[in-house]
Design a binder for this molecule. Sequence first.
Ligand SMILES: Nc1ncnc2c1ncn2[C@@H]1O[C@H](COP(=O)(O)OP(=O)(O)OP(=O)(O)O)[C@@H](O)[C@H]1O
Length: 292
Amino acid sequence: MDAIKNFIDNYLIWMSLPQFTKTDIFEILIIAFALYHIILWVKNTKAWVIVKGIIVLLIFSLIASILHLNVILWIFKNTISVSIVAVVIVFQPELRKALEQLGRKNLVSSIIQFEDSKDKNEKFSDKIISEIVRATFELAKTKTGALIVIERNIILSEYERTGIQIDSIISSQLLINIFEHNTPLHDGAVILRENRIAAATCYLPLSDNMQLSKDLGTRHRAGIGISEETDAVTIIVSEETGKVSVAESGRLIRNIDGDYLKTKLQDMKKKTTEVKGIKLWKGRRGNEKKAD
Ligand SMILES: Nc1ncnc2c1ncn2[C@@H]1O[C@H](COP(=O)(O)OP(=O)(O)OP(=O)(O)O)[C@@H](O)[C@H]1O
């Protein structure tokens, strides 16, 4: 009997479940949330390349340690601190962007969707979507260049400040008028917030993605740039070809038609927010009267 007890004490004790307190569960949730966002950030930025490089180096150092390649291990050990500093310097723009986004994002509302954000989505009604689609393809027909940014969860006030404030209900006529050639508001981007045109002539960050087609000019690069830095969806009408493209999460879908754009905007509206495994559906019905 004693032998069994000793065996349990010595070898099986680690199998017993550790004691969990509420604080531990809270800590695990925070760490899981932080890890999820770090992994998302790594996947969506150039950091993914460096993570792959680090994995290769780790495998290489493991092999070196198994084979007792002492000189290589010594070099690894002595260059690790220099490498960390080098990574921080090389990825300074990405780190800065990530910290900026952290500052801009309302962390609490990204966990719990408050009435406010539900409201915001409701205002972006089917009528508003139709107005945007109509304006886009009217502009395309006359080959009038346009850049329309639709704000989502990340607030775009930083970019809005670079333009002229409009704050008017969205209508196809107003959008068409803004992008009319040789008018004071036609240059730059329009920012849409909920059911309103927040600002025009806004300056957006240009994408530095080297893989983008060389025939894309600054209008398209600006549309992609803002979609890389924020969760906004951008509609771009080419002045040269009259073709319509849409940018989201740094990806550009070119030469789309009205039905595609309508579905895209409706999908964007309906998109679920998945937090802690709970799907919180965003509102459906528009409520323009209330907004006015
Ligand atoms: N950083 C920026 N932010 C907002 N708008 C911009 C920015 N850069 C350029 N634009 C807009 O793009 C216009 C220039 O477009 P350009 O011809 O270079 O682009 P493009 O992608 O080739 O588009 P298009 O097919 O319409 O010619 C500018 O007049 C301006 O309205």
